[in-house]
Ligand binder design. Structure first.
Ligand SMILES: [Zn+2]
Length: 253
C-alpha cells in the first residue's frame, strides 16, 4: 500500500529552525539565509538566478528526505531506470530522475535537474506516457517557468512578511515560514501559455529521443478520464487535459 506524497513544505512547517543548522554546501547559502536575504531583495525584484538554483537544490533535498525513494531493485525504480535509460542529460541539463513510492498521480522537476515521478502516476501510464510527463516537466525547467514561479512566491512572501521581519530576527522568521513558501511554489499554477509551451517542449523531447509523440495525447486522455473522478493531484496545477490532448494531436498530425 503506497503512502501519500509528503510535500516538504508540510514536513518543514514545524521544524523550520533545523534548516538554519543544516550543513551548507560550500558555494551556496543556507536556505534560511537565501530566504532572509531574498526577502529583502525580492521587494526590488532582483533575486539572482544562482540563488534560485541553489534554493531549488535544497528544496529537492528536503522533498527527498520527506518521501520514500524507489531503490534500483524496487519494481518502480527498475522500471523508471529502464524507461529513462540513456537519459542522463537533456538540453544541457544534467538529470537526476527517480520515483517516489507514493500513490499520487503527480510529478515534478526542479531547476537543479531533479525529476521525481510518483508511483501513482506510473501505475496509470505506459512507458512513453511517463516519458512525455518527464519531457513536460523538463520543459518547465528549461523554459524557466519554475524560476519565475519561485520569484513570484518570494515576492508574495516578502509582501506578506513585512510586519513579521520588522519585529527583529528576520532569519528565524523566514525559516518558520518556509513550509508555506514551498507550498506556494509547488501548488502555484503556471500560466496557460507556460503549460502550452511545456507541452510543445515535451513533443520535441519525444521526437529527439525517438519516443512516441502520440503517447503525450493518450496520457492526456487518461488524465481527462481520471479528472471525472477527482483527486488527481496533477490536475490541481494543470489546465484541462482534454484541451491539451486536442492541441497536441493537431501538432503531431
Ligand atoms: Zn505543467
Amino acid at each position: 500500500m503506497l503512502k501519500t506524497f509528503r510535500n516538504a513544505g508540510a514536513a518543514l512547517a514545524g521544524v523550520g529552525a533545523i534548516i538554519a543548522l543544516a550543513a551548507v554546501p560550500a558555494n551556496s547559502q543556507s536556505l534560511g539565509g537565501i530566504i532572509g536575504s531574498a526577502k529583502k531583495v525580492a521587494a526590488a525584484a532582483s533575486v539572482s538566478d544562482e540563488e534560485i538554483v541553489a534554493y531549488f537544490g535544497q528544496m529537492s533535498e528536503k522533498m527527498d528526505a520527506s518521501n520514500p525513494i524507489a531503490t534500483p531493485d524496487d519494481p518502480y525504480g527498475a522500471r523508471l531506470a529502464a524507461l529513462t535509460e540513456g537519459l542522463d542529460s537533456y538540453d544541457g541539463l544534467d538529470l537526476d530522475i527517480k520515483a517516489y513510492l507514493v500513490k499520487d498521480v503527480n510529478a515534478f522537476a526542479m531547476g537543479d535537474g531533479t525529476v521525481r515521478i510518483m508511483a501513482g502516476l506510473m501505475d496509470k501510464f505506459e512507458d512513453d506516457e511517463v516519458r512525455c510527463v518527464i519531457g513536460h516537466e523538463i520543459g518547465h525547467v528549461k523554459l524557466r517557468h519554475g524560476q519565475k514561479r519561485m520569484k513570484r512566491a518570494l515576492q508574495q512572501d516578502a509582501a506578506l512578511s513585512v510586519a513579521g521581519t520588522a519585529s527583529g530576527d528576520a532569519r528565524r522568521i523566514a525559516n518558520s515560514e518556509l513550509g508555506g513558501l514551498i507550498q506556494n511554489v509547488m501548488y502555484a499554477q503556471h500560466s496557460q501559455k507556460a503549460e502550452r509551451s511545456s507541452d510543445d517542449y515535451a513533443l520535441e523531447f519525444m521526437a529527439a529521443n525517438g519516443y512516441n509523440q502520440e503517447a503525450c495525447a493518450t496520457a492526456m486522455d487518461k488524465l481527462a478520464e481520471m479528472s471525472a473522478g477527482g483527486g488527481v493531484e496533477l490536475l490541481r496545477t494543470h489546465p484541462s487535459p482534454a484541451k491539451r490532448a486536442k492541441r497536441m494531436r493537431k501538432k503531431i498530425s
